[in-house]
Design a protein around this ligand. Structure first.
Ligand code: ADP
Ligand code: MG
Length: 569
């Protein structure tokens, strides 16, 4: 009798891995646990880089910024219920920031969840994720894994990028399929983020308006940084001669020291410009919704907005010339219109800006040079400004209140996508996740400049940084508290609500895991310690002692705090 060959088999685990690999996903950020522990192990065995974190929110933030840096969806893998919820915060943040990301969570059995019979970590995760992300899908059958992963990828990166949730119930992973059938079910996404080119009439409308401007301004946002159309964007600015300001994560798209940068004359150009070209920047709270005092006389301004999302237009004020398309394509067609018919920019506008710039830059320089102890923010930032000037390819991660607002203004960036920060929500907690993914995705040295409070939200990931031996140097601006370290409890019972343990030594945390810890008290010491860390590439944490009196409540956005009518005692 003839022996029949066993048919080769595959299963849900391997189909998920194969589907990700087929679509060029090389890294998974996550936290292992039931039911995805083996999925992580098998993915690693199959050559995917699996970076295991200590908390899902940090893994999610890592995936989100990986998406921003690479234009491929960053993948975060979590367990069910609480792990899923932890990752969901990062997914919502990614969606708000237009970063492509996929949160893959294991979940418990549908039958039991739907009848609410009390399963292990029972939760209707798909329903919870839906309102907080761009799209949410569940795969129940192994033969649908290929199409499910393909849909998730396309949803994340096409149009306005964002977060996608993929729900994979535990039972799916062990479902068995004939290997050949399994392979045939996989889908490689073709043209995941198609180019979108605006109609010629829309382009003409925008160019006509731009040519009519007496005081034009370009605002570069993180959508422009994401688009990776760096050379064309630079060409657009330089050939048109239009002054520009970068939003914080667009810094470095052109060097902050560029003659056309109006960053140091920001309030002047927002107030006095007449035509504003928004390139991948939204008129949200970070730009005062395009109206109010900051923007000068009502009706004095006309906006051209370039965005891939048509519904972004007119979200706060009228957009006179909407240009809906991807920034790469739109900038190309605009460049074609900046030809011999281009009138140039009136010189009284550029000279007004330059005078303002010079005055502000020299005012700032006076604050930066001091080597005083205790350090204030400007003293410490002066040292870090020099570090980035000398190492322009390093990636700067930045969060905090004063630490964020002041670093954004002080530290010049020279290359695109080198500044990663709190983004649209101004959220705390992105620090270590962003730093880890930046190092993993780019291989470049990372400098994370953190307020002591901001660091606390993701601080346990210093172990992760040491475990993967990543070239990350963390500088903690330690002023003993949230905003400042000076609050007292009026009743005398407890420490003030915004105050931490005085004299905390965060550098010891790093030493606990085999990294380098340094405590510094002067800008010179700080500069030396950062240089040593960046030269060695060793995981390093520098505790920079900042005067607890330095800084202000909520940094630059103190005005957002509601005020009580009851007088303080
Ligand atoms: P910033 O905070 O830097 O001002 P925002 O996040 O507010 O930036 O705005 C980014 C904008 O860029 C979003 O409205 C998003 O739709 C848009 N965007 C993202 N990627 C692209 C792209 N490739 N082409 C065009 N617009 C894009
Ligand atoms: Mg602080």
């Amino acid at each position: 009798a003839q022996v029949q060959a066993e048919p080769e088999l595959t299963d849900g685990f391997h189909l998920v891995i194969d589907a990700l690999k087929l679509n060029g996903i090389e890294t998974i950020y996550g936290v292992p646990g039931i039911p995805i522990t083996d999925l992580g192990r098998m993915a690693q065995a199959e050559g995917i880089r699996v970076i295991s974190f200590r908390h899902e929110q940090n893994a999610g933030n890592a995936a989100a910024i990986a998406g921003f840096l690479t234009k491929k969806p960053g993948v975060c893998l979590t367990v069910s219920a609480p792990g899923f919820l932890n990752g969901l915060t990062a997914l919502a943040n990614a969606t708000t920031n237009c970063f492509p990301m996929i949160l893959i969570s294991g979940s418990s059995e549908r039958e039991i969840v739907d009848l609410q019979q009390g399963d292990y970590e029972e939760m209707d995760q798909l329903a919870i994720a839906k309102p907080l992300c761009k799209a949410a899908f569940r795969v129940l059958h192994a033969e649908d894994i290929g199409i499910g992963v393909a849909r998730a990828i396309r949803a994340a990166v096409s149009g306005r990028p964002g977060g996608v949730y993929l729900d994979l119930p535990a039972k799916l992973f062990s479902q068995v399929l004939d290997a050949a059938k399994g392979e045939a079910s996989l889908v490689k996404v073709i043209d995941a983020a198609p180019e979108q080119i605006p109609a010629p009439s829309a382009v003409k409308r925008a160019l006509d308006l731009l040519k009519s401007a007496k005081r034009p301004l370009i605002i570069l946002g993180k959508g422009a940084a994401y688009a990776q159309a760096d050379d064309d964007i630079r060409e657009l600015v330089e050939r048109s001669g239009i002054p520009y300001i970068p939003m914080s994560m667009a810094k470095g798209l052109l060097p902050d020291t560029h003659p056309l940068s109006a960053g140091a004359a920001r309030s002047t150009v927002l107030k006095d410009s007449d035509v504003v070209l928004l390139l991948g920047a939204r008129l949200n709270w970070l730009l005062s919704h395009g109206k109010g005092k900051q923007w000068g006389e009502p009706g004095s301004k006309k906006f051209i907005q370039v965005d891939i999302e048509p519904r972004e237009m007119d979200s706060n004020v009228e957009i006179a010339a909407p240009l809906v398309g991807d920034i790469g394509s739109v900038v190309k067609v605009l460049l074609a219109g900046i030809d011999s018919s281009w009138p140039g920019v009136p010189s009284d506008w550029t000279s007004t800006i330059n005078a303002k710039k010079e005055a502000n830059i020299s005012k700032m320089a006076a604050k930066l040079g001091k080597n005083a102890s205790p350090m204030d923010f400007h003293g410490a930032l002066g040292a870090l400004k020099q570090v980035i000037k000398e190492r322009p390819d390093a990636i700067l991660v930045n969060e905090g209140a004063n630490t964020l607002d002041l670093a954004r203004g002080v530290i010049d960036m020279y290359q695109p996508r080198k500044r990663l920060d709190v983004g649209t929500w101004g959220v705390m907690g992105i620090g270590m996740g962003f730093a880890i993914a930046a190092a993993v995705e780019t291989g470049k040295p990372v400098l994370a400049v953190e307020g002591d409070s901001a660091f606390g939200f993701s601080g346990m990931e210093v172990e992760t940084i040491c475990r993967y031996n990543l070239p990350v140097c963390i500088v903690i601006f330690n002023n003993n508290g949230i905003y400042r370290g000076t609050d007292v409890d009026p009743t005398g019972r407890d420490p003030g609500t915004t105050v931490f343990v005085p004299g905390s030594r965060y550098d010891k945390m790093m030493e606990a895991f085999g990294g380098v810890g340094v405590n510094v008290t002067t800008p010179d010491e700080l500069k030396r310690a950062v240089d040593a860390a960046m030269d060695s590439g060793k995981p390093t944490l520098i505790n920079a002692e900042i005067d607890p009196e330095a800084g202000s409540e909520s940094g630059n956005i103190g005005s957002l705090n509601p005020q009580s009518v009851v007088k303080k005692k």
